[in-house]
Design a protein around this ligand. Structure first.
Ligand SMILES: [Zn+2]
Length: 76
């Protein structure tokens, strides 16, 4: 089960909870509604494109090609 961060609307308490589909949880501090925070990992291409520019370019090109092929396949 994934671990999510929740933030309380009322007191801004942040806590972690294992949950599959719940978007709100009662705050452990005040009992008010706490909303799930979206903490998707952000991939920063700039970070490694600086040291490996050609590798990053090739990866992006390849990735885009594959996505285009798959989009075409899905459309048919
Ligand atoms: Zn609270």
């Amino acid at each position: 089960m994934p671990l999510f961060d929740f933030k309380c609307e009322a007191c801004s308490e942040v806590f972690e909870e294992f949950t599959k589909e719940k978007r709100t949880m009662p705050c452990p501090k005040c009992g008010c509604n706490a909303n799930r925070m979206i903490s998707a990992p952000t991939i920063k291409l700039e970070g490694w494109s600086g040291s490996f520019p050609s590798a990053a370019d090739a990866w992006v090109k390849k990735h885009n090609q594959k996505a285009a092929i798959e989009a075409k396949r899905n459309a048919e």
